[in-house]
Write a protein that binds this ligand. Sequence first.
Ligand code: MCA
Ligand code: AMP
Length: 509
Amino acid sequence: MNQSLYALIESRFPADPSRILIETDGGAAYSWRDLDALTARYARLMSELGLAKGDRVAVQTDKSPQAMFLYLACLRGGFIFLPMNTAYQPDEVDYLVGNAEPRLLVCRPEVETTTKDIAAAHGCLNVLTMDGDGRGSFAEAAQAVPADFSTVDCAADDVACILYTSGTTGRPKGAMLTHRNLSANALALVSYWGITAGDVLLHALPIFHAHGLFVACNTTLLAGARMLWLARFDGDRVLELLSRATTFMGVPTFYTRLLASPRLTRDACRHMRLFVSGSAPLLEETFRAFEERTGFSILERYGMTETGMNTSNPLTGERRPGTVGFPLPGVSVRAVGDDGNVLGTDGVGVLQVKGENVFSGYWRMPEKTGEDFTADGWFKTGDVGKIDADGYVHIVGRAKDLIISGGYNVYPKEVESVVDRIDGVVESAVIGVPHPDFGEAVTAVVKRLPGRTDVTEAAVIAEVKTRIANYKVPKTVHFVEELPRNAMGKVQKNVLREMFSSRVSSLIG
Ligand code: MCA
Ligand code: AMP
């Protein structure tokens, strides 16, 4: 039997293919029949371009239904889909392309020339464009081939997607997710969250990360449900459209922004069934305020690019704020102490997970993969947590040096290496400080060369912006004479966080 995720989705198509799957904010509608025809055309085009099973397709496009169909066409054709955040700058794209060696790159028309240069430098000959309306040279070429394609046979362990995630020590790593990983996780969520064909998901997340693509789209597709599609999160539009939706998924920033509007009321949510939050910790005060205003307790769940979703608060039963709920069916979670011993109730340690959801390794990095798994096959998440007497998992911190800003991960090391290359900078340390909108804000602490007062906050920010994605750019830059270090010479980031957290939050507040 074909184990491809696309084959699984196909096996669950609604009986009536003219049913609407996606309705965009611009009023366009796409049925399941459209999904079938467009993915056939797209997959056919990619094979005619010479792509074979296992070839990578790197995509950096704005969000559109066609961009999702391109993802599905890759699953259908057995090609490996590799989405990139649209905020990535050329240096970041260049690294990913060099590392993944895609056979095809699909990019936004406005960066076609730069992308072609990057592609050529890495021997990739196929670069096509797709804009936010799904138009461009990819769609044009697809129009010229027949909408006729037989779904390619894939084994459960074949890689379906590679998602890059940065690391604490170096360059981004490509997490290889198999058809089994994606299928198992989406099926678990469909059943755990009770998603049915009657659901309408208001989709406002980006689709280049696991949350918007796998958690949101895959569950909708497997349940035969429907999506109201926003190109990006827009609080006012979300509030207007909630009356036509039944489910919503977001990062905590979505919820704090919705709460800032007086239009978020019980009445606005009257048709809703479920609000889900993840990708970053949901503050207890946000949970309580949302419950008070709307009557809904937000369902918080916990996941990672490498694992998909690991735990979730229950659909029925108590959703406990400050916890991420129970391990999903088929997923095991344990907390492990520094000595490697598995901890009992309430023991705080690094969380490790095991299950069909867990990725198959980092692309072409067997050593790194080896380091991140235990000998008995558990994946070390780098999140610090505990499991309480009732079985709820709590995340209490991170063993990895990571900042989560508005649901996007920022690895300080990556930002520091860019800041350190600026002329006049001796060294830097990048930390996360509390931020009312993004949860945490990227903040740089910099030591300049003597007399280099021309290296200002604005100059540092402007320079970093040209190198890395905008959400990684420090919101604030502080200058110090010396970075505080411990006896081993290691920068004491906790000291810096204490020094600068109150100053920044009081500035914001
Ligand atoms: C935008 N900006 C940000 C962020 N987003 N700054 C810090 N953190 C951010 N997340 C800055 C831009 O750099 C820009 O600054 C200014 O805000 C306006 O940009 P714009 O794109 O218009 O902002 P926005 O539309 O208001 O975006 C905020 C957002 C967005 C809607 C919260 O960040 C978002 O959609 N976040 C969702 C992330 C997500 O899907 N994560 C899932 C990862 P300037 O003008 O100075 O350049 S998957 C995952 O984590 C796992 C698997 C899991 O568990 O889900
Ligand atoms: P990513 O690498 O983008 O997939 O981010 C995964 C990380 O996001 C996890 O390792 C956690 O640190 C964090 N994360 C995701 N969901 C939650 C949550 N509900 N609460 C706290 N942290 C979360």
